[in-house]
Design a protein around this ligand. Structure first.
Ligand SMILES: [Zn+2]
Ligand SMILES: [Zn+2]
Length: 154
């Protein structure tokens, strides 16, 4: 993060690499998008509220609308990945392009990464593809995280 003085106001400029990535992905570079990408990458499958407060912590007030807009644009551009386990609010992560899967706690909703055993999508071969050209098998493992398993058994 670089600090600069613009018209007497301290403004933080985006780190060149993050801004450059946005530009390379064909996106307009805004402070909100840069802060959002850094927040998502620095977090662990964050939900929208946590992302919004992370962005505000970096650049000050940002509307919820701007957060949703940036999430949408960055997801479409493939810079972040959206996961949406059943009955859970959407979460976002910066780990993209490796077809990893997720394990979700049924009790608290905690999410952890699980490397794909095969490494590339689709990692399961459909027993019958019905003539479709299949490019992904969405795999979510469900269970209880260690904390919730302990709480349950005690
Ligand atoms: Zn749990
Ligand atoms: Zn993940």
């Amino acid at each position: 993060m670089f600090m600069t003085v613009e018209s007497g106001v301290m403004t933080s400029l985006p780190a060149p690499t993050t801004a450059g990535e946005l530009r390379a992905a064909g996106l307009r570079v805004t402070a909100a998008r840069v802060a959002l990408l850094e927040t998502v990458r620095g977090g662990d499958h964050l939900g929208v509220d946590a992302i919004a407060s992370g962005v505000r912590g970096r650049i000050g007030h940002v509307s919820v609308q701007a957060v949703y807009e940036a999430l949408h644009a960055l997801t479409l551009a493939g810079l972040i990945r959206r996961i949406e386990p059943a009955d859970s609010p959407a979460r976002f992560e910066g780990r993209v392009g490796d077809n990893h899967h997720h394990i979700v706690c049924r009790s608290c909703g905690d999410v952890a990464d699980v490397d794909c055993a095969v490494g590339a999508a689709p990692c399961l071969t459909a027993s019958d593809d019905h003539g479709f050209s299949i490019d992904e098998a969405e795999v979510i493992y469900w269970g209880r995280c260690p904390a919730c398993a302990t709480a349950r058994s005690s």
